[in-house]
Design a protein around this ligand. Structure first.
Ligand code: GLV
Ligand code: MG
Length: 321
């Protein structure tokens, strides 16, 4: 499958503990683009074996609509990873879109997951290569290897930033809630991490996803932090609580007027470059000069709007002469 075809909607990626039947059932009806059932940090060690079974049953039961269905397994420094992958994918591989691998540190770890998935797909008679990989970057080693991680397998669909573990791993004062520690400006460093991940993702046609905002009652704070990631070009963000969902979907969707304008640029540019439009490479749309780069920028916004199910409310038409 071409990489571009793998770009599923991921504005909001809802975290759901795999050990909680109640939260899993609630998640089915929530307007998240992606749901990930967690076997890692939101699942206590003693609860992990049962959670694998709960997750398999929940995926096979269905009712997930168009949501991207993901399971986060434990990282490869633990003893749990291989059993997580084998049990979940053997049990529910036909009803699962991606495996999320947290705390990825090297390309070899992604290659291990790729090979293991292929083994299971062959054994079970599933389509080989259908299940994607989401690679979560949560420590310095992962970040310095992020380019190799991004290109380690054609299954990789997204690079995800895990701010809580990342800040802990590099001893940075916590920016998990997106605030500056008093008297100390670490904003540039934070942007460096986000941009590093974004470049690795974009260089490989992957999506870039921002991690959680832990102050779940502070929706304004969520909007602020999500808005920063969206402004940089990130495709979506984690949601830890249903109260963050609307803000998340809104932040990562274009505004109606921007969506309309993007679609109009695409139409106008197609017309102006055509025979009827004078085969022009640069033309005026209202007060704005548009060219091939404008088309590319417009396409990004139009694609986001289309993926979010937006409709045009204003339509450009060619000049009559
Ligand atoms: C998410 O896993 C994080 O560590 O922020
Ligand atoms: Mg983490």
């Amino acid at each position: 499958m071409a990489v571009a075809e793998r770009q599923r909607p991921r504005r909001s990626c809802l975290a759901v503990p795999g050990s909680s039947q109640k939260m899993i059932d609630k998640a089915r009806g929530l307007p998240a683009d992606q749901v990930f059932l967690d076997l890692e940090d939101a699942c206590a060690p003693l609860a992990k074996p049962d959670a694998r079974k709960t997750i398999v049953a929940a995926l096979n039961e269905g009712g997930w609509g168009d949501k991207t269905r993901v399971v986060r397994v434990n990282d490869l420094t633990t003893e749990w990873t291989y059993r997580d992958v084998v049990e979940v994918v053997e049990g529910a591989g036909a009803n699962l879109d991606c495996i999320m691998l947290p705390k990825v540190q090297t390309a070899e770890q992604v290659a291990w997951l790729d090979l293991t998935l292929t083994q299971i797909e062959k054994t079970m008679g599933y389509e080989v290569g259908r299940i994607g990989i989401e690679a979560q970057i949560e420590n310095a080693r992962g970040l310095v290897n992020v380019d190799a991680i991004a290109e380690a397998s054609p299954r990789v669909e997204t690079i995800i930033f895990g701010p809580a573990d990342f800040m802990a791993s590099i001893n940075m004062k916590s920016l998990v809630v997106g605030e500056q520690p008093p008297g100390y400006d670490v904003g540039d460093a934070y942007h460096y991490i986000l941009m590093r991940i974004l470049m690795a993702a974009r260089a490989n046609d992957l999506q870039a996803i921002d991690g959680p905002y832990l102050q779940i009652r502070d929706v304004d704070g969520f909007r602020r932090v999500a808005g920063r990631a969206a402004a940089l070009g990130f495709d979506g963000k984690w949601v830890l609580h249903p109260g963050q969902l609307d803000a998340c979907n809104e932040t990562f969707s274009p505004k109606q007027e921007d969506y309309d304008h993007a679609e109009n640029i695409l139409d106008a540019y197609e017309y102006f470059t055509s025979e009827a439009g004078g085969k022009r490479g640069a033309a005026m749309l209202g007060d704005e000069m548009i060219d091939e780069a404008s088309r590319k920028m417009a396409l990004v916004i139009a694609n986001k709007g289309r993926a979010a199910g937006m409709r045009r409310t204003d339509r450009w038409t060619p000049p009559e002469d």
